[in-house]
Every structure is written in C-alpha cells, then in structure tokens.
Design a protein around this ligand. Structure first.
Ligand code: LMR
Length: 408
C-alpha cells in the first residue's frame, strides 16, 4: 500500500522555513513564515500568557476531556472579542478547533455537508493552504479578483464585478483583516458593499480572522466581520489565537457560525459532531489560557497593552521601510508598504528578483514576494531597502504579478 504513494508538493511557506534554517550565512534575514518576532528575532511568550499558565498550573486539578466542542466559556470569551455586541448570542454556535487552520478545515467540511456542490470563492491571491485544503476536500473553487498589482491596493471594482457572479449558497472566503499574502485590506464602506452583494445573491461569507489586533487594533480589525454578522442571516468565522496571543504551537482556534436563532441548536450539534468525526475532543490548554486572559481584567489589560506594542512595532517598521525606500529610490512608489496592514506586504517582485534576494542578499521571502514585516528590525530595514533596489524591484510595473486564471 505505502509503495503506491506519490510524493506531495512541498508547502511553499514551510519549504522556505527549511531553506532558511539550512543557510549558514550569519546575516541572513527571514521574512518568510508568518510568525511575529521582536527586535531580537524572538517570538516571545506574552506576559499575560505566562501569568495565566502559572495560575493554571497552580489551580488545574484534572486533565480529563473538555466539552466535545470545547468549553462554553471559551466560546463566550471569543464571541465577545470577535463579535462584540453585533449579534445576540442565541445566533452564535461555536466549536474550539486545533488552530485557525483546524477551524477552516471544519468550516469547509461543514460547507461540503450543508451545501454540496456549491463553490467556495477565494481571493486571488489567497493563503496557499486555503487552496490546498479545498483541493484536498474536492470542493469546487472559484477565485475573485482582489489585488491590483499596479497600486498594490485592493482591486475593489474587479472584486465586486466577480462577486456579482455568485450563486445562492456559494461560500465566499474573506480575510477579516490583514490580508494574507498582500497586506491590502477592505475599508468599512467596502465591507458594506460586500455585505450588500452577498445579501443580493444569497451567498454565505466565511471569514478567516487570523490576525485580529495586528492591523488597526482589536476592535477595528473585527469591524468587517461584525458588519457582515449584523446584516446577513448566516456568517461563518474561522478565528485563530496563534498570532494575537502568540500561542502558535498550542493550536488554539474557533469556528463560529452565526445563524438565524432557530437554526442554532442543530448547527451547534453539527459543529460538535464534526469535531468528533475529525479528531474528537479539541486541544484545551491554549483555549483555557485565552479564556482566563479575556475573563480577568488585569490579565486582559496587560495582554491588550502587549498586543498593541506588537502592532505599533510593525507599523513603525512599515513607516521606516517605506521611508528608507523613498529616500533611496527618490520616489513614493513603495508608499503602499506604509498603507498595508498586518504582518504581510506583497512587494510586487518577480520570482527571479525574489530568488536574487535570497541567493545574493540572504533575504528570504515567499516566492510571490510576500514579506513578513515582523521579521525585520530597525537595523535590517535599511539592508532590505538597499537589496530591494539592487535587484530592481519596483522598476518594472509588476503586471506579471496579476491574476493567474479564474479557476483552480
Ligand atoms: C503564514 O501564512 O505564513 C502563516 O499563516 C503560517 C502558515 O502556516 O503558513
């Protein structure tokens, strides 16, 4: 049996991680995988997480199974953080999942069961693992235009034109904030237009919210999700605590389904059933820490303060990089870096230029020229800026970066 297996293509982001590790150059710079790093290159355990872990160690008396869909306290804490008071809680079902990716996987399974044959629409481009999982599950995938390769902003007219082709029951995967890989995001009025388009067509949004707190702040980053939840009868949200709580390896995420109140009980049962079928009980440690932090005013205030430091650090690196490139290039053509939000920006470089950055300058970014801003520090920003110009990025229009076809 096993001899019949064929090698699978490597995940581009994870492959890059391996290449970076193997590179012996001391001054190499990792702008690849989406992990926050401080100025010293460390992904720190947040203060509130450490404090919650200590308290948990002292008070936890059992490691028996949690609820099949996770703990209701975790659901309530996460619903509060993400949805605020946008919708009454009797419209919200939830299940704890292994990370945000686990939530996405469960959401896609839910779609497959609830709306067989319906397409899932993803932004062009999107996080490559969205496509890997969708293809693995055999769901029909369509793409909508999203990124304008010339302005490095959102191609909103293109997006709306494509969303006009939605059929009732189709699912539209939207990045709640901090679009991965481009860093270009919808404004609130644009979210309202998307909500109207979904309302007109009867399509259902699935919001991937992996970076809440990394863009414009905890509240602002959830504003699009809240608006959709207020205006539409059904919304799915796959959220991750990996980044905003810095608990990547604890695999902490949640799938929330906002439905009409009458559909809640069956939906909640379905989410628990999906957990049972896929991995049984979800991991608990990270979810418990998050619940403790969100439920304790002192821990919560400290966590929010540290998260805000992280966000402002990334913003200031953006400003510094855009400023450095403005100075060296004598033009504003890299101004989009300061406009983008979250960890990522797509530079608009060719694959050859990305390759030269790696081989000639020891600078690692994903092949589509996505760079992780948090991989920089004040000393490496000028190094990157000089290398970007040395390999000629931004000299050509970047058109080659554009859409690669409408279907996957
Ligand atoms: C990323 O996009 O780099 C992160 O979401 C990490 C991953 O798993 O790909």
């Amino acid at each position: 049996m096993l001899t019949a297996l064929k090698p699978q293509p490597a995940d581009a982001i994870l492959k890059l991680m391996g290449m970076f590790k193997a590179d012996p150059r001391a001054d190499k710079i990792d702008l690849g995988v989406g992990v926050y790093k401080d100025a010293g290159g460390l992904t720190p355990v947040m203060r509130a997480v450490k404090a919650a872990e200590k308290a948990l160690w002292e008070t936890e008396v059992t490691k028996t199974y949690t609820g099949l869909a996770g703990e209701p306290d975790f659901h309530a804490a996460m619903a509060g953080m993400i949805l605020g008071d946008a919708v009454p809680r009797d419209r919200v079902s939830a299940a704890a999942t292994p990370g945000g990716t686990g939530a996405l996987r469960q959401a896609f399974d839910l779609v497959r069961i609830a709306a067989p044959g319906r397409a899932v629409w993803v932004s062009d481009p999107t996080w490559p693992n969205h496509l890997s999982i969708l293809n693995f599950l055999g769901l029909p995938v369509r793409t909508y235009r999203y990124f304008d390769a010339d302005t490095r902003g959102v191609d909103f007219d293109g997006m709306m034109a494509d969303l006009a082709g939605l059929a009732s029951g189709d699912v539209v995967l939207l990045h709640g904030c901090c679009h991965n890989p481009t860093g270009a995001n919808l404004t609130l009025p644009q979210w309202a237009e998307v909500a109207a388009a979904l309302g007109r067509t009867g399509a259902v949004p699935l919001i991937d919210l992996a970076y809440q707190g990394f863009g414009d702040g905890l509240e602002a980053d959830a504003a699009g999700a809240r608006l959709l939840a207020q205006r539409l009868p059904e919304v799915l949200i796959a959220a991750s605590c990996s980044k905003n709580f810095g608990i990547y390896r604890e695999r902490t995420g949640i799938l929330m389904a906002v439905s009409e109140a009458g559909a809640r009980e069956v939906t909640q049962g379905m989410l628990a059933w999906l957990n049972r079928a896929n991995y049984s009980f979800p991991p608990d440690h990270g979810a418990r820490l998050v619940t403790m932090i969100l439920g304790d005013p002192v821990l919560r205030a400290d966590w929010q303060a540290e998260l805000e430091e992280v966000r402002l650090n990334m913003l200031s690196l953006r400003e510094q990089l855009a400023g450095e490139l403005r100075r060296l290039a004598g033009s504003d053509r890299f101004g989009f870096i300061a406009q983008h939000r979250g960890m990522f920006s797509r530079l608009g470089a060719t694959p050859e230029q990305v390759e030269r950055l790696r081989t000639e300058h020891g600078i690692y970014m994903v092949g589509d020229s996505r760079l992780n801003i948090a991989g920089l520090n004040r000393d490496t920003v000028p190094v990157l800026a000089r290398a970007v110009l040395a390999v000629g990025i931004g000299i050509r229009s970047g058109r080659r970066e554009g859409s690669a076809g409408r279907r996957h």
